[in-house]
Design a protein around this ligand. Structure first.
Ligand SMILES: Nc1ncnc2c1ncn2[C@@H]1O[C@H](COP(=O)(O)OP(=O)(O)OP(=O)(O)O)[C@@H](O)[C@H]1O
Ligand SMILES: [Mg+2]
Length: 228
């Protein structure tokens, strides 16, 4: 595998079994993402987007097929290494931000670094550049409840970036935002892409997907590459 490949999935299948019924959600997915790409995964509700995101994010395991993340065979990896991959390789961005409400903006942003054993002063210093790039410098002592939705999402993006992840993985990042804050977040993604970050963004909205450099569609658990 070329070493500029971040995601390499081959013939990935995932089913859910409830009682006697088996629902085949992902069917023989082949999906490759190269370093520096900005890819949108587009599909309607129930098509398997979140299921695929959970696999990409090492939060769930495949039934069959293979998945290499930065060359690491996730499909044959144990829980301990999966935790490491989640924490070190992937920056998660969710529709509802997933910020800790009792923490300040700064505490939220540095939390992943503290969990890795960094001391507070060093962590704050290391996050300084990202904080000013995202325009959060004058909001650091605020609690999430004192911010707008767009600002909250920028805090979540700052938190993801500070870990210097191999991959930014976003699930409906503009889903809870109004049009103009959503556009602001998508502009930011474009800038992060231009700076060399690898981004996978999941959405049901074609107008959101249009911001990406490349779009793949999921239809009934099968993946199709959009002609660009
Ligand atoms: N843990 C689970 N157990 C059983 N079925 C599940 C589970 N998670 C998802 N499913 C089913 O798998 C299918 C795909 O679900 P998934 O959440 O991946 O869709 P989605 O594309 O993310 O939809 P949405 O846009 O509504 O978020 C759905 O039919 C769903 O009901
Ligand atoms: Mg979903």
């Amino acid at each position: 595998m070329a070493n500029d490949t971040i995601i390499s999935m081959k013939q990935v299948c995932k089913s859910y079994t409830m009682g006697t019924e088996t629902l085949r959600v992902l069917k023989n997915i082949d999906f490759t993402v190269k370093k520096g790409e900005f890819t949108a995964i587009l599909g309607p509700s129930g098509s398997g987007k979140s299921t695929l995101m959970n696999l990409i994010g090492c939060m769930d395991t495949l039934d069959s097929g293979s998945y290499l993340l930065s060359g690491i065979p996730v499909h044959e990896t144990g829980e301990k290494e999966l935790v490491r991959l989640r924490n070190h390789e992937i920056g998660f961005i969710f529709q509802n931000y997933h910020l800790i409400p009792t923490y300040t903006v700064m505490q939220n942003i540095i939390m992943p670094l503290l969990m890795r054993g960094a001391d507070r002063k060093t962590a704050e210093k290391d996050c300084g550049e990202v904080i000013s790039m995202l325009g959060l410098s004058d909001r650091l002592r605020h609690k999430p409840s004192e911010l707008s939705g767009g600002q909250r999402q920028r805090v979540a993006i700052a938190r993801a970036l500070c870990s210097k992840p191999t991959l930014l993985l976003a699930d409906e990042p503009t889903g809870a935002l109004d049009q103009s804050s959503g556009t602001e977040v998508l502009r930011l993604f474009t800038k992060l892409h231009e700076m060399g970050n690898t981004i996978v963004m999941i959405t049901h909205d074609l107008n959101v997907a249009k911001w990406a450099q490349r779009t793949v569609r999921i239809v009934d658990g099968e993946m199709f590459e959009d002609a660009s």
